[in-house]
Ligand binder design. Structure first.
Ligand code: PGA
Length: 258
């Protein structure tokens, strides 16, 4: 089902005490009714804080205030992979989502589309929802290669799955030139690529699947520009980096849907 989603990607930020404060602030503000029930909120802290995030994601009546996600997962199911975290570990903790193929993983850790596909497969086996990132560099955009590149990332990363699995996936379009730079894509640029991704998905899986796919925008999305981006037909929400590190900003973004 196509959902409105706002996910916060904390990346490698916040020591324990600051993470605790942010999670408290978030759960308090969401508990106070500052969030529309139509929006699925996801918080992706560093894995070390997962248990705390899961605790604070529920109120005293055990109602769920937000979903918790990881920022990455191993492509392997288990075993001798020092430092890695597996999909079954995530699901056994109650983690519901996981970001895959973020451009920082692709750039600094050499993650390929084939690895993205294996990670998505591991997550789907464990009923953890993958949030799969695609997006072009400034160089690709300036050379007019961005549509081809995004098509190839979507096809190689995600088109090996049967329809019944593909429908569980969320896609995030994150132009690399907009991540952490303060240079947001214009609403028109975001809409153009989101509509393109939906078309590519439609060619493979059909109209219904494409219509129900949630596509998030990421890249310097903040409390000021979120409303305009989220107002676009094919933008179903955001994957938020820097602006998810302050509770007030993140809650403003959550409430930016018309
Ligand atoms: P940003 O990061 O909002 O800080 O640009 C977005 C992301 O990388 O997910």
């Amino acid at each position: 089902m196509r959902k409105k989603i706002v996910a916060g990607n904390w990346k490698m930020n916040k020591v324990f005490q600051d993470a605790e404060e942010l999670l408290y602030d978030l759960s308090e503000q969401i508990e106070d009714g500052q969030k529309s029930s139509k929006v699925e909120v996801i918080v992706c802290p560093p894995c070390l804080y997962m248990e705390m995030a899961l605790d604070l994601s529920r109120n005293e009546e055990d109602e769920r205030l937000f979903g918790v996600g990881a920022q990455d997962v191993s492509e392997h199911a288990q075993g001798a992979y020092t430092g890695e975290i597996s999909a079954d570990m995530l699901s056994s903790m109650g983690v519901e989502y996981c970001i895959v193929g973020h451009s920082e993983r692709r750039k600094y850790f050499g993650e390929t589309d084939e690895q993205v596909a294996r990670k998505v497969e591991r997550l789907l086996e464990e009923d953890v929802t993958p949030i799969v990132c695609v997006g072009e560099s400034l160089e690709d955009r300036e050379a007019g290669r961005h549509f081809d590149l995004i098509r190839s990332q979507v096809e190689k990363g995600l088109f090996g799955f049967k329809q019944l699995d593909f429908v569980k996936i969320i896609i995030a379009y994150e132009p690399i030139w907009a991540i952490g730079t303060g240079k947001t894509a214009t609403p028109e640029q975001a809409q153009e690529v989101h509509a393109f991704i939906r078309k590519v998905v439609e060619e493979k899986y059909g109209k219904e699947v494409a219509r129900n796919l949630s596509i998030l925008y990421g890249g310097s999305c903040n409390a000021k520009n979120a409303a305009e981006l989220f107002a676009q037909d094919d933008v179903d929400g955001g994957l938020i980096g820097g602006a998810s590190l302050k509770a007030e900003d993140f809650v403003t973004i959550i409430n930016s849907f018309k």
